[in-house]
Unconditional design. Structure first.
Lengths: 460, 460
């Protein structure tokens, strides 16, 4: 009996890197078959590879290239768009064992890490030197630097400190034929050739596989002030966001929660946020100017009608913690989808009004949290999984989703602010980008991955 | 007589966009034939096109594509690496007439500009709203946003605010066949598809021609403090840079001038800087924390042996002005070449020691200014143009140049921190980037420009 190319990859992988780094156990295949994004076309991988070294990754890529097997790289599997979902004829390449911080050079303000390092672990190590790794997605406690790079993750602090791309200086990358290359640089500045680092960041493993990253560290702020402002409605809170901007204060964090999100938090935590207001604006200032900035913020928020939680910094901190963890780590499903549009900051209010309108029209529930400093909104649409006509409810949910995208684009926004296209948002990409633009990206993909084995069908 | 393709482009251009926008006058061709980078292979363009609209650019590209004529885009011609040098069978496409600020949206903190807008003009317009466009190359008084984008220009403020790439959100781009596409976004965050905006920024017009840019604006700081610190030697001043970092203060500007640069400034301005010290460290803090940050900076610099110009803020400001303009706008030549390496911050002192050693060994003059916050150095090498054996002097200069590159790379640095590869630094690119990496870039170039008409022989 001749083994099909598909079946032969497992022994080939075991031969190449050792059986202890490869699993085809059913429960492992199932566990690693998807990230937290909605699953539309479930697939089971042929194997899960637990690489322990750059050489393991190279050998894995070569074995897969020879067998025509596709490779889906995976950090913690905490992505929200399906970029790490298994596809037909694929293996999952997990980086959880490549989790060493290779170097921290405090005077250079640089760290070199393997892709499986947990974001929070890098921050803990950097903090010993008075430094931090700025990008802080809500998943920072469990997501990996490699996964953050694959999706160009944002987070709360990026209002002031930028997104993942802004902290990545250089990458070691295994190409589709197993060759190892180094792109970018080890210095803060550098313009030699095209910006391949930027091209790879956010490419969801479709162009190359990141096996090490040189990242810039920032100064751990000497002071932090947290301001919690409750408003009677979302529109007033959004006006507060613009007022802070007009006062020329750049907060490190500027988060908005609507009534639905506050109710959710109350249910989860036994708090009574909703009794204090129908919208919450959370602002952190940091650094040497934290206190004078906070004074200005308090003044302009009071002028926009906020009820300030003024004398209880611990409670304010606790609210930021609740906000950071408001999403939880639940799997999106056909009944509940978290969105990720971004609009120009001045359109925040208009956009939320539109969300409320379309929720009513399509009879779906919606609640919103927003990285308001960046105009990045996370509406969460849901329908009751116990609806009598479930198919009809899912249809209504999808109609609301599609409309929420159309409206964001009409306002000059984007379909994804920080979660990435993955597989789930591919249907909306043509609404944002012209055919020519998408064709250019596919041809760039062909340059890097001529045989289409690197996470095909994702990102572009 | 049949016109050669080369000769036919002039009437084709005049027919396509009108004779008033095309010149082939000898003095115009000469004036526009080069930027401020060293000229190694002088070429005269066939024509200079002064585009006034996107349609002019599209028509120009189509006419050149049909004639097989190459296109060299040009902002102000203030580049230092030859990216805007004319090449054989080329036209120069000048953007000086496309200099309108199309939009400033203060609440969105965004501006949309044509590529010919002067950097300082955009800053003046933004300042009316309490905003600024952060990237500030020394040429900001005359260089254009389009040119800044083409080279991914840095500047003084990028220690805190990042380089050009960090302020560009989206671009309108004319492709090699004349098609207009929009890449990127109008929002602060966005991760839809590959980062083509980042790929185009710094690509020196080799992938597409930027005809409009959406840029992020930052807050004009509410306060600025300037600290001028004279040191007995460069090593002590560089130690001051690291001390400020260890105190976790992020200055907006952190500039170093060595004794040669101070002597130069004295000669140009009639000042007496050199009598006050053999190295000058200039630091600006800004924002709400400017004063407490400046206090920390003054303390740690005093501890590293600095003589502070403490009680004369106007004089300190004047020194920053002198530093900004220390390079002048002179043309580099075979007798004088300004360099642009970057090294990890902790290697600043080592690198300058090496520079002094190689200057002595090769009997060339060297002086250095550095964007010390970024580890980006601008050594200027020169030999006496009146040397008896000129060819030998030029050889010595080039040997010193080559060695300065080797040493920077050996320290983990890059051949170009902010000026770009252009044509002049192509000879060093293989020292920094592997053949595979360069091949990938050439294949990306082929995707965008299959017939090689967009500024070929530059950047990669």
């Amino acid at each position: 009996m001749t083994a099909s190319p598909t079946n032969s990859v497992l022994p080939a992988l075991e031969g190449a890197i050792g059986a202890s780094k490869v699993s085809a156990a059913r429960e492992v295949l199932e566990e690693y078959s998807h990230d937290l994004g909605p699953i539309e076309a479930a697939a089971v991988p042929l194997a899960v590879v637990f690489a322990e070294s750059v050489e393991d990754v190279q050998a894995t890529v070569r074995a897969c290239a020879a067998a025509g097997t596709r490779i889906v790289p995976r950090g913690a599997g905490s992505g929200l768009s399906g970029a790490a979902h298994a596809i037909e004829n694929s293996i999952i390449l997990s980086f959880e064992r490549m989790n060493r911080i290779l170097e921290i050079r405090p005077d250079d303000e640089v760290a070199v890490v393997e892709p499986g390092v947990i974001n929070a672990d890098l921050n803990a190590a950097a903090a010993e030197h008075g430094l931090m790794y700025a990008p802080d997605p809500a998943s920072h406690g469990f997501s990996t630097i490699g996964g953050n790079i694959g999706t160009n993750a944002g987070g709360l602090r990026c209002a002031k400190y930028g997104v993942t791309r802004d902290s990545v200086l250089g990458l070691d990358v295994v190409l589709a034929d197993g060759t190892l290359v180094r792109v970018g640089r080890g210095t803060f500045k550098g313009v030699a050739g095209y910006d391949l680092t930027g091209l790879l960041v956010g490419s969801e493993g479709t162009l190359g596989i990141v096996v090490a990253a040189t990242v810039r560290l920032r100064y751990l702020p000497v002071a932090v002030r947290t301001i919690a402002a409750f408003y009677a409605d979302f529109a007033s809170a959004a006006a507060g966001v613009l007022a802070v901007g007009r006062a020329r204060v750049q907060p490190a964090i500027m988060e908005l929660m609507d009534a639905g999100s506050l109710a959710d938090a109350d249910r989860l935590n036994g708090s009574d946020l909703l009794s204090r207001g129908r919208a919450l604006l959370l602002i952190q200032t940091d650094g040497f100017g934290a206190e004078p900035e906070a004074e200005v913020v308090r003044r302009v928020l009071a002028e926009t009608g906020a009820a300030l939680l003024d004398d209880d910094p611990e409670e304010a901190e606790r609210l930021v913690f609740l906000r950071r963890n408001s999403r939880g780590i639940g799997q999106d499903s056909q009944f509940r989808v978290g969105e990720d549009v971004a609009v120009p900051r001045s359109r925040l209010v208009d956009y939320v009004h539109e969300l409320e309108r379309m929720a009513a029209e399509h009879r779906v529930d919606v609640k919103v949290v927003a990285h308001a400093g960046d105009g990045n909104l996370h509406p969460e649409f849901s329908v009751d999984p116990g609806s009598p006509d479930l198919a009809e409810a899912v249809t209504r949910l999808n109609e609301a989703l599609d409309e929420s995208i159309d409206v964001a684009l009409a306002m000059g926004g984007t379909i994804t602010g920080e979660h990435g296209v993955g597989s789930f948002k591919l249907r909306w990409l043509p609404l944002e980008q012209s055919e020519r633009l998408r064709d250019l990206q596919h041809r760039i993909k062909d340059v890097f991955d001529p045989h289409g084995i690197l996470n095909p069908g994702k990102a572009v």
